[in-house]
Design a binder for this molecule. Structure first.
Ligand SMILES: [Zn+2]
Length: 314
């Protein structure tokens, strides 16, 4: 038991990720593709951009300023535009530099704490609060729609959905193979680089495939069936629990595809264009595409679920 405890504590010390891990690059752009197969969303247009006027007791980075990227206050926009722009908003700094939890350094700081949910040792140890943040912003959306503020209603839904989408990224639910992490326990900064190398490699590769419009990736986003959402928090937990199981396999595949440099102690940038075709790439694509289907499924399922909020206030 004591040995087990030491192992857990050591692992904790090790899990020092850098502050700026984002999880899935380009949430908004991917969501735009997903929304192509959710035509009812197009009905929500002529939404007036309103000034933020809500009480929110959560802590936020005081340097974070709310911006209105689609137009000026008083001008019109639509639900699809709001969602596609502000799906990325939680990554623009609002969660950075905060003291939220004494264990937050183990997830790379407050941003990592809010955007991840590590389920370690089969879920025996849990770190982070992504499902809670999704729930928080869903509740804010409930308030906004009640007062017929569609602009902030959809913008809060975009934020809530961001945290759920993050949980479909395997390294956000499990940072890597525990034994490998423990073996490198003596060199914290080197080991941190190793974890980041894998994390960024996956995101850079995913972003590249979407930007070059790889049809398999685009189809996965467009065609995945909506997931049944009945509760926001348990949907987040379900996603984390599912995606955590892909983390070790992805780590292994990435080590083979990108070479041992990715497991080195220095920052290692991959070139997604140079991944050779073959079995390894096929397997790699298959896992990522499966995760993107979850990304799409939760996006559609969550919006179907949230629809009750604005339908009733129509
Ligand atoms: Zn995020």
């Amino acid at each position: 038991m004591r040995r087990y405890r030491i192992m857990i504590i050591s692992l904790f010390i090790f899990l020092l990720l850098p502050q700026y891990l984002f999880a899935w690059n380009i949430h908004g752009e991917m969501t735009k593709i997903v929304l192509e197969s959710l035509p009812w969303i197009n009905r929500y247009k002529d939404i007036t951009i309103t000034q933020y006027s809500y009480n929110d007791n959560s802590l936020y980075n005081p340097n974070y300023k709310i911006s209105y990227l689609e137009g000026k206050i008083g001008e019109k926009t639509d639900a699809k535009t709001i969602l596609s722009i502000y799906l990325d908003e939680p990554d623009w700094g609002m969660d950075e530099g905060l003291s939220l939890n004494s264990a937050q350094t183990l997830t790379g700081g407050s941003q990592g704490w809010r955007h991840q949910y590590f389920l370690l040792f089969g879920g025996f140890i849990r770190l982070g609060e992504a499902p809670d943040r999704a729930t928080h912003f869903y509740n804010m959306a409930v308030i906004a729609f009640k007062q017929k503020d569609y602009y902030w209603g959809f913008r809060f839904l975009a934020r809530a959905l961001h945290y759920l989408q993050d949980l479909t990224m395997p390294f956000h639910a499990n940072p890597g193979p525990v034994l490998t992490l423990l073996k490198n326990i003596m060199d914290i900064s080197g080991a941190t680089n190793m974890v980041s190398n894998h994390h960024y490699a996956l995101e850079d590769y995913q972003e590249y495939q979407i930007k070059k419009r790889n049809l398999l990736y685009i189809k996965a986003l467009r065609n995945a069936e909506a997931m049944k959402v009945e509760d926001v928090w348990s949907t987040g937990f379900y996603l984390a629990n599912k995606s955590k199981d892909y983390s070790e396999k992805l780590w292994d595949l990435q080590s083979k595809i990108y070479g041992e440099g990715i497991n080195g102690k220095a920052r290692y940038k991959i070139n997604p264009e140079k991944v050779p075709s073959g079995d390894l790439k096929n397997e790699y694509d298959k896992i990522i595409i499966g995760c993107l289907m979850d990304f799409s499924a939760v996006t559609k399922g969550f919006l179907n679920y949230a629809r009750a909020l604005f339908r009733s206030s129509d």
